[in-house]
Design a protein around this ligand. Structure first.
Ligand SMILES: CC(C)(COP(=O)(O)OP(=O)(O)OC[C@H]1O[C@@H](n2cnc3c(N)ncnc32)[C@H](O)[C@@H]1OP(=O)(O)O)[C@@H](O)C(=O)NCCC(=O)NCCS
Length: 222
């Protein structure tokens, strides 16, 4: 069977991990990397950055079945770049990157443009929406709902029946108790233990986690 052509947008450390996943999946052929103008000509794991998002129509004319994958770690930037690609090529489809060592339970839905990294667990009945990241060794237990462009960072643990909105982040090593509801654009800091629901646009950390400040959309957290 012929491999699915994929173009990757990004060439950073996060892109390296995504490239490694596609190579290990063995079902996709990476045909090119795209990035910012200043990165054209640079290489990442032996693949060259050949253009910007504006190059998508040319790539699609040569490889009509080509899918894209936005390999950018920051939630807000990933969402913006995805929107730009769709404004240039409205029918563009997005691939899904799941490392072969990830454990995916029954009745799990993984959205388009989402990456599930090595050693991650997504347990039965959970939905991970489009454009998310479930990073290395993160665990999302049963019947959770993770909104679009959210990220569960390395080693974070999410109990069962947790609901997380869009563009939110559970940072490295944080723990979220079962049944918790977290809003949109909210960040749970590294190593936090979250025992209470959180609304939109806040940063919380500590054990037990408390709200520290409010956040504006696009504020950096990495
Ligand atoms: C929560 C976070 C986003 C806050 O970043 P920030 O607002 O820039 O915070 P600062 O680094 O300026 O720290 C401000 C204060 O908060 C404290 N603080 C920051 N994050 C904290 C955390 N997770 N838990 C406890 N205290 C924390 C700092 O020690 C500092 O305290 P001080 O004023 O007494 O010195 C960041 O600390 C974090 O957790 N990032 C995680 C990134 C991650 O998961 N990376 C993985 C990439 S794959």
């Amino acid at each position: 069977m012929s491999k699915q052509p994929v173009v990757i947008i990004g060439s950073s450390g996060h892109a390296k991990v995504v490239i490694d996943i596609f190579e290990k999946q063995g079902t996709c052929e990476i045909i090119s990397l795209l990035g910012e103008e200043k990165n054209i000509g640079s290489e990442c794991l032996g693949y060259s950055v050949t253009g910007t998002e504006e190059s998508i129509p040319k790539i699609l004319s040569k490889h009509p079945s080509c899918k894209a994958f936005v390999a950018i770690g920051d939630n807000h930037v990933r969402q913006k770049v995805t929107a730009k690609l769709l404004s240039i090529s409205p029918t563009l489809e997005f691939a899904i990157a799941i490392h072969p060592s990830a454990q995916i339970g029954r009745n799990v839905h993984i959205g388009n443009g989402t990456a599930v990294m090595a050693g991650a667990i997504v347990n039965s009945g959970t939905t991970i929406a489009d454009g998310c990241i479930v990073n290395t060794s993160a665990s999302v237990d049963h019947d959770c709902n993770i909104g679009e462009y959210s990220a569960i960072l390395p080693g974070a643990t999410i109990g069962g029946n947790v609901i997380i909105g869009s563009s939110s982040v559970v940072c490295i090593g944080a723990v979220v108790k079962q049944g918790i509801v977290i809003g949109n654009n909210t960040v749970i800091g590294a190593g936090a233990l979250l025992l209470e629901n959180l609304g939109d646009n806040v940063l919380a950390y500590g054990s037990p986690a408390k709200v520290v400040k409010s956040r504006v959309l696009g504020e950096r957290y990495l």
